[in-house]
Structure formats: structure tokens, C-alpha cells
Design a protein around this ligand. Structure first.
Ligand code: ZN
Length: 301
């Protein structure tokens, strides 16, 4: 069984959902992010947040996958301050909804003053709502940006055990683990963190507080990055218990602290019934519904 704790399913296809389930992914977490282009008004954020807790959650269930999300103002769009102010007013309305496991993904992109301001305000929001935090670390100036993200969390009194720092690499992992934060790694297909590098990181650092994810979105990315990395780890001699920790159990341990996600969610109810509808809409498009009486793909360890 696998969890992909960072994947933007709204921009993925039903084929992806099917392949993910066949590969053993039982649950996903979809962080609120940008759309590849800037939103122009607050209603666009509102409809997006609503889809993360509504339609997308339903759509995932129609393919036998449990869907959770995080709610937040992403760092890129924090730079539009007039709009950011309006989004900040929306966040409390969604933070408490069912299936919302954290405030995120928040943090720095270019490390501008506006990004800093809304990162800090959202950390305060997480404290106020007693929520976990998912951090997006910048792709440029990665090491400094990651250190600073953690400094700011500490400054605001967050407990590192309740903060997941994502997009790590060989340069950042030691400090993140030393300081007691969760260290998540995004496995990109060709560049940045590839899965062969991930194998070596796990060989070196072990499994404690390390989490593997795909961050698959509308760009070149791989929704099967977690199961593929697990496979490669096993082939290259990483013990099965370690693979299970970094591709399943650690994500479960980190995000179950939210009280919104637990293992029984997928162990007890994973049969697909595509006759279901959401606001009068189904995923069928005239196709025959799949109705499972037994699980098509058995849950294996
Ligand atoms: Zn993301």
C-alpha cells in the first residue's frame, strides 16, 4: 500500500487514478496550489478550494482512492497583495472542512516581502486552528530558503513535528531532520530529485521522518512516482520495512495528527461504486458504472 501525500489531482486524468489504484496507492493529499497562471479574482480561489473538498474528493473515491487536501495561499500568488488579502479571509472557511489535513502548501517562491508576510500570517492561522503545516520550499536558492522557512516556523512557535517540509534534496535533508521537521521529497521524472537519488538518500539517512511524494501536476511529472521509487528501493536492497515507512507509514503518521485522516478510512471502505453522484453529476459520461463487490486490486502490504 502507498500514500502519495503531495499530488495535484485536479490536473490529472481518470487514467491516472486507475493506474494509481492498480499500483497500490490508497490515499492522496492534494495541496492547494496555483493553476500555472495567476488567478484574477477571489472567486477563482473560492471555486478551487470548493472543488478540493468537493468534486475532486468525490472523483477520487469513484476510482477507489481516498482524497484529502491542504488549504492555503500559495507563495507565488501571495505577491498579488490586494488579492491575497481577500484569500486570507476565505481560508478560515475552508480550513475546518472534512478532509482538510493541513494549511499548505505555503512558504517561499522568490522570498519576497509579500511572500514572507503571507507565509507568517498563514502560520498564525495554522496555530489558531491547531492545524498541521505543509511547506513548499523554493526551487531556486533551495538551501537558504529551506533554512529560513524552518526559522520562521520556529519563530512563530510551531512544533516541528507538526510541519512537513517538502521538495527537499541532498543539500537540505540533514538540517530538516536534525531540527525535527518531517522531510518530504518530490520525485521528478527527469530532473531535480530523481528516484535513484532518493534510494541513496534513504540508504544514508534511514526512514525516520522521510516521506516520498510525486507533486504531480499539470507539468511534466509522474503520478506513479511513489510506487516506482518503492520498487527501485527494493531492487537496490533497501529493506521492505524502510520502503514501507517512507512510501506509506510516515505520511500516515504525519498527517493523521490532523484528526482528518486515518488508516481505517481506506481499510474499511475501498469498494468502487460508480453509480454514485455528486451534485447530480457522475464521472460516467455515458459509460457503464464499475461496481465492485470485491476489491479488484487486493490491498497488499
Ligand atoms: Zn505542489
Amino acid at each position: 500500500m502507498f500514500i502519495d501525500p503531495h499530488i495535484h489531482m485536479s490536473s490529472r486524468t481518470t487514467n491516472d487514478y486507475q493506474m494509481m489504484r492498480e499500483s497500490g496507492i490508497v490515499a492522496v493529499i492534494e495541496p492547494a496550489f496555483w493553476l500555472g497562471q495567476p488567478r484574477t479574482n477571489v472567486g477563482s480561489f473560492q471555486d478551487y478550494f470548493s472543488s478540493l473538498v468537493g468534486w475532486e474528493r468525490f472523483r477520487a473515491a469513484q476510482f477507489g482512492i481516498k482524497h484529502y487536501c491542504t488549504i492555503g495561499l500559495n507563495s507565488k500568488e501571495a505577491n498579488n497583495e490586494a488579492l491575497a488579502e481577500q484569500v486570507m479571509e476565505l481560508l478560515p472557511l475552508y480550513a475546518g472542512k472534512e478532509g482538510v489535513v493541513a494549511i499548505g502548501e505555503i512558504g517561499y517562491d522568490d522570498m519576497t516581502p509579500a511572500e514572507d508576510k503571507y507565509f507568517r500570517r498563514q502560520l498564525e492561522l495554522a496555530k489558531e486552528f491547531d492545524m498541521l503545516v505543509m511547506i513548499h520550499t523554493p526551487h531556486r536558492d533551495k538551501k537558504a530558503g529551506t533554512s529560513r522557512s524552518m526559522d520562521v516556523c520556529i519563530e512563530h512557535g510551531l512544533n516541528p513535528s507538526r510541519v512537513i517540509v517538502d521538495h527537499n534534496n541532498e543539500e537540505t535533508v540533514a538540517e530538516v531532520l536534525e531540527r525535527g521537521f518531517w522531510a518530504a521529497f518530490t520525485i521528478y521524472p527527469n530532473t531535480k530529485m530523481g528516484n535513484a537519488r532518493m534510494v541513496e538518500i534513504v540508504r544514508h539517512y534511514g526512514s525516520t521522518r522521510i516521506i516520498v511524494d510525486s507533486s504531480a501536476d499539470w507539468g511534466i511529472s509522474d503520478p506513479l512516482a511513489v510506487p516506482k521509487t518503492a520498487q527501485l528501493m527494493l531492487q537496490r536492497g533497501i529493506p521492505a520495512a524502510t520502503v514501507r515507512a517512507v512510501c506509506y507509514q510516515n505520511a500516515l503518521s504525519a498527517y493523521s495528527q490532523s484528526g482528518q485522516l486515518q488508516e481505517s478510512d481506506w481499510l474499511n471502505s475501498t469498494l468502487i461504486d460508480q453509480r454514485q453522484i455528486f451534485n447530480d453529476n457522475s464521472v460516467l459520461r455515458g459509460q457503464e458504472p464499475l461496481v465492485e463487490s470485491i476489491r479488484k486490486y487486493a490491498l497488499i502490504e
